[in-house]
Design a binder for this molecule. Structure first.
Ligand code: GZL
Length: 343
């Protein structure tokens, strides 16, 4: 009698389990988080990408984010989640862990700074999710922790600025005896843009012993801090000949501070303005003579990111690095680029 009761209970339990599994499958109760994120059946077969964007600190960053949204679109067979980390590495590490738990197909990371990524990138690798670095780079022990880097050669950008300055000083009749006082408005310390641009510029400065870098001021790529730090530097140093500003947003703030201090900038000014990014508003300032030179850093990386992901998804080999072409803008060549600037 006891046995019969035992068998009856077992059969009832098995029937309940089967019923739950059937209902679960048909109502998506057990589907992976990724599938639950898919809104309609048409999403089936799309490439699911988690993007950890570092912030919205600059015109450059907004253009970069838009290029990703435009390229990794549903029309282009992508289901894309873009998180904004507000320039905080902890937020980006959380983004990556969220994407792993959602079982995305690929992760795109625009890393705010170069260090501190080894362990979380190892978690992505162990989860079998390729990581594509966009814009800035990471410094990791094991380069297999990311699939590829798509961005700019920041050291070349810095060297281009230094080479231009050599030419400009010669054009202004400076000799090797003339002292040149330089201040640097730095972008986020430890970011590839800050490290690369300064490395490239310093390599040129080392060949010009009459150049003195008075101070590097962290202005975090923003206009507000660019203005604040430039005002402080103007009070501290009587003679500043050159401002090396690591992005246009800080340059705009610096120009405001210089004008408020009743000093002059640019082509006919007493302070030479060197800037980076070359967004449309900055190029207008080059054309108007407020910025002497603007070294381009192209934010339109979305199409290249989409192209590389599709190649990976098709099982094709991809390169470890993709560097986008960039220009140097001065009053002499800028006019031709003003009307059709994409950012
Ligand atoms: C450069 C990018 C920098 C831009 C800034 O690749 O990381 O970050 O130069 C932006 O404008 O904030």
């Amino acid at each position: 009698m006891k046995n019969r009761k035992y068998y009856l209970n077992t059969i009832i339990i098995v029937i309940i389990i089967l019923a739950i599994m059937f209902l679960g499958e048909s109502y998506g109760i057990f589907l992976s988080p990724k599938t639950q994120n898919m809104e309609t059946s048409e999403d089936e077969g799309m490439i699911v990408v988690g993007v950890s964007q570092l912030g919205y600190e600059s015109v450059w960053r907004l253009a970069n984010t838009k290029s990703v949204e435009d390229a990794l679109s549903k029309e282009n067979r992508f289901f894309t989640i873009i998180n904004n980390a507000r320039q905080n590495q902890e937020n980006q590490i959380k983004d990556i862990r969220d994407f792993i738990s959602q079982d995305v197909d690929y992760i795109v990371l625009a890393p705010v700074t170069e260090k501190g990524w080894d362990s979380v990138l190892r978690e992505a690798k162990e989860a079998g999710i390729p990581v594509i670095l966009m814009d800035r780079e990471v410094e990791v022990q094991d380069s297999s922790l990311y699939a590829t880097h798509i961005g700019s050669d920041m050291e070349l950008e810095g060297a281009r600025a230094g080479t231009w300055l050599e030419g400009e000083l010669e054009r202004r009749g400076y000799t090797e005896e003339d002292k040149v006082n330089i201040v640097i408005l730095q972008g986020t310390p430890g970011s590839s843009a800050q490290i690369g641009r300064e490395t490239g510029f310093y390599n040129i400065a080392a060949k010009n012993p009459n150049w003195t870098i008075l101070e590097k001021a962290d202005a975090d790529f923003t206009t507000a801090k660019g203005k604040e730090e430039m005002a402080r530097l103007l009070k501290r140093y009587e003679k500043i000949d050159v401002v090396f500003s690591e992005n246009d947003d800080m340059t705009f703030g610096a120009i405001e501070a210089i004008n408020e201090a009743e000093r002059t900038v640019g082509a006919n000014g007493d302070i030479i303005m060197i800037s980076f990014d070359a967004g449309h508003e900055a190029l207008v300032n080059v054309y108007n003579g407020n910025i002497n030179v603007d070294v381009e850093c192209n934010p339109l990386l979305g199409n290249l990111v989409a192209e590389v992901i599709k190649k990976m998804d098709a099982g094709q080999q991809v390169g470890k690095k993709y560097i986008i072409d960039e220009k140097v803008f001065t009053k002499e060549n800028v006019e031709a680029y003003l009307s059709n600037r994409e950012y």
